[in-house]
Design a protein around this ligand. Structure first.
Ligand SMILES: NC(=O)c1ccc[n+]([C@@H]2O[C@H](COP(=O)([O-])OP(=O)(O)OC[C@H]3O[C@@H](n4cnc5c(N)ncnc54)[C@H](OP(=O)(O)O)[C@@H]3O)[C@@H](O)[C@H]2O)c1
Length: 324
């Protein structure tokens, strides 16, 4: 079958198209004929070696795929055959024509949603729903969404009001992404490429920030603490795009009466898992999630595009057998 093999850690060129044996579903797994494979930001970090790769190399790359169930392993009912699903692999194996995944990692795709849209929205949208649940907004609070034009941030901006935000401030890099975050529903957007951007929330006349959805981490997280509502402000930390986790200590939080919640690990990911069905049902009401669809053998180019920070939506890979 056609697959993309990760041959080493490094630049996008380590992702190489190869013919590999088709996988067979193990007990508890389904076999999926992939139609749409999302290229995810964390995958670029894994490929570059910034995040540890659990499997020995070379290995078929990739986390998620959408398509039709065409086979079942022992212990999986035949009623799954023919279902359209989005599935999580166990960290490898999704950049391929045929993909195996645990049956419990599959989410049925509603009839009105395309495989490409389902693949595009799944990770970022379900993480955003889990973050919004965790935030427990009261209905009158102001939220700050970092990197609010793309990925998880773009869904936080779109859904925050429904979950009880009164005002949505976003950050984004440059004029095009600033415009995008506004189109998605932000009341105000700060350009986080400006070195002094963390000072802007302090100067806003419309009050303090109650919730920060922190994906940048690093020093900007510390700098935002004085713009947060003393006593009730919450920072939800779920990424470190800056290259280091939020530089926030108990000594920073205690005198301000603020809370920092780490949003990763098994309990948070169980919440993400429970949000999967709900996010697919919302697809028609969300901004179109696909930036472009490329043939599977152009996976390296797709990674270059993601790393350029230019795309506003998800890059999708499509195996030859699924080309229209
Ligand atoms: N905890 C979890 O379960 C979980 C799940 C998924 C993702 N994450 C994390 O959440 C963060 C966002 O992921 P995503 O998939 O939503 O990403 P994304 O929005 O699709 O892409 C990253 C965006 O971040 C902005 N950015 C700001 N500083 C950056 C930098 N130094 N390098 C690269 N991009 C930078 C870029 O926008 P500008 O051009 O506007 O700056 C870019 O569009 C990542 O740290 C990821 O690892 C966590």
């Amino acid at each position: 079958m056609q697959a993309i093999v990760m041959t080493g850690t490094g630049g996008p060129e380590v992702l190489v198209p190869r013919e590999t044996p088709a996988p067979q579903p193990a007990p508890g797994e389904v076999l999926i004929r992939a139609e749409a494979i999302p290229v995810l930001y964390p995958e670029t970090r894994l490929r570059s070696g910034d995040f540890p790769m659990a499997s020995p190399l070379p290995v078929v790359f990739g986390f998620q795929a959408a398509g039709e169930v065409i086979g079942v392993g022992a212990g999986v009912g035949r009623e799954h055959l023919g279902r359209r699903v989005v599935a999580d692999t166990a960290g490898t194996g999704s950049y391929a024509e045929s993909v195996c995944a645990r049956v419990e990692s599959t989410t049925p795709i509603p009839a009105h949603v395309s495989a490409a849209d389902a693949a595009a929205v799944m990770m970022s949208g379900s993480v955003a729903l889990a973050l919004l649940e965790t935030a427990a907004l009261t209905g009158s609070e102001t939220v700050l969404v970092e990197a609010g034009a793309t990925g998880v941030g773009s869904y936080l901006v779109q859904l925050a009001r429904e979950f009880g935000a009164a005002r949505v401030i976003a950050t984004a890099g440059g004029p095009e992404k600033t415009r995008r975050a506004k189109e998605l529903g932000a009341d105000h957007v700060i350009d986080h490429r400006s070195p002094q951007w963390t000072e802007e929330p302090n100067t806003r006349p419309d009050g303090a920030i109650d919730i920060v959805f922190d994906s940048l981490g690093g020093a900007s997280a510390t700098a935002l603490l004085d713009a947060m509502t003393p006593g009730t402000g919450r920072m939800l930390s779920y990424g470190w795009l800056s290259g280091e986790p939020a530089r926030v200590s108990a000594a920073d939080l205690i005198p301000r009466g603020l809370t920092l919640t780490g949003c990763s690990g098994p309990a948070f990911h169980a919440r993400v898992g429970r949000a999967r069905t709900a996010i697919l049902e919302r697809v028609p009401a969300l901004a179109p999630p696909v930036e472009t669809i490329l043939p599977l053998d152009r996976a390296a180019e797709a990674h270059r595009l993601v790393e350029s920070r230019v795309p506003l939506g998800r890059i999708i890979l499509r195996p030859d057998h699924a080309q229209p």
